[in-house]
Design a protein around this ligand. Sequence first.
Ligand SMILES: Cc1cc2nc3c(=O)[nH]c(=O)nc-3n(C[C@H](O)[C@H](O)[C@H](O)COP(=O)(O)OP(=O)(O)OC[C@H]3O[C@@H](n4cnc5c(N)ncnc54)[C@H](O)[C@@H]3O)c2cc1C
Length: 382
Amino acid sequence: MDFRFSDDQLSIQSIARDFAQKRIAPVAADFDKSGEFPLENIRQMGQLGLMGIEVPVEYGGAGMDSIAYVLAMIEIAAADCAHSTIMSVNNTLYCNGLLKFGSEEQKRKYVTPIASGEAIGAFALTEPQSGSDATAMRCRAVRQGDGSFVINGKKSWITSGPVAKYVLLFAMSDPDKHARGITAFMIDTARAGFHCGKTEPKLGIRASATCEIEFEDYHVPAEDVIGSEGHGFKIAMGVLDAGRIGIASQAVGLSRAAYQATLTYAHDRKAFGQSIGSFQMIQQKIADMKCKLDAAELLTLRAAWTKQQGGRFSTEAAVAKLSASEAAMWITHQAVQVHGGMGYSKEMPLERYFRDAKITEIYEGTSEIQRLVIARNETGLR
Ligand SMILES: Cc1cc2nc3c(=O)[nH]c(=O)nc-3n(C[C@H](O)[C@H](O)[C@H](O)COP(=O)(O)OP(=O)(O)OC[C@H]3O[C@@H](n4cnc5c(N)ncnc54)[C@H](O)[C@@H]3O)c2cc1C
């Protein structure tokens, strides 16, 4: 693994940092309070190439690599986790999925507007009764004589659901075949039969709109099947491996923001006539925060680097996601503690970091599921 970043990687990192600090950080608390979707910021991020970083230029993206994606995600998440959630779904779950499994025509039609930030993409796997066990899905796709499908059912917890133009949907086309009966489809939300259901009231990442989506006799033409019939589960799992690198990056960005705020506060805040940072118990927290932050960042970069080599990276992605999300939860918890009463106040961003950190242990596979993936890959046992 090469520890030096290329000029391209440093350039997208600097673009993301500049936008994050000037345009996102000053409004992050307001968006958290209102729960409003930051549409204008997301459009501008698209124009800067941040909504399709790994998408080739001919499909509207920035044409960069996975390490560039990690570096940019860290910068956006350090300013606001909700913006980085929207960015990660767009980049990895939606664009990367279509790039890997879509036909040439599908890529031109469905990746270009989303990677360029003109419109927003979503990924719909979870249902009210099926999350970790995605094969228990009930959303049904019934094949018609002409090769088209009719979809009926509901998906829940869909990030960007209320604003997405296109959705990469997974539905059961052959229930007898379980995982091998799942097919992936491209959904145009403007077509008849698509509805947004209830919006989810959330603990954190409040500005990333999340809702249920419903299908009522929704027609998908044969050309909008992604990959082939019955290959949907494989596509979803492949896409989630890449997605986990994005969530790990998000956790690193959030941890970095909490850590830096803690360093400043430990210098400035005085108690018993000295900076609280001079107390050994605070120093211990700072040393442990630093170790966990650096380990999370290196594991995330290793996962991106492994992905770039072209082989399997499922274990590395799960190790990065598990380590970085648990580090984020621990670091933001300690950061609140070091800030004392101000850590608990909405006048400072610490309580928001703490609330936002929790999601990184839940979505795109909970910590329990990451441990299963790692242990199964390592032992070969099911
Ligand atoms: C804010 C937010 C945004 C989301 N965005 C999206 C999105 O855009 N698209 C999408 O498709 N989904 C999305 N999700 C759904 C998310 O991926 C699921 O919530 C997650 O995978 C967990 O599924 P679940 O909520 O059904 O929990 P469950 O699967 O019911 O799990 C409940 C608990 O049981 C544990 N558990 C389950 N199975 C096992 C096992 N085999 N061994 C040990 N423990 C186990 C879990 O780890 C967890 O602690 C989002 C969720 C949230 C909260």
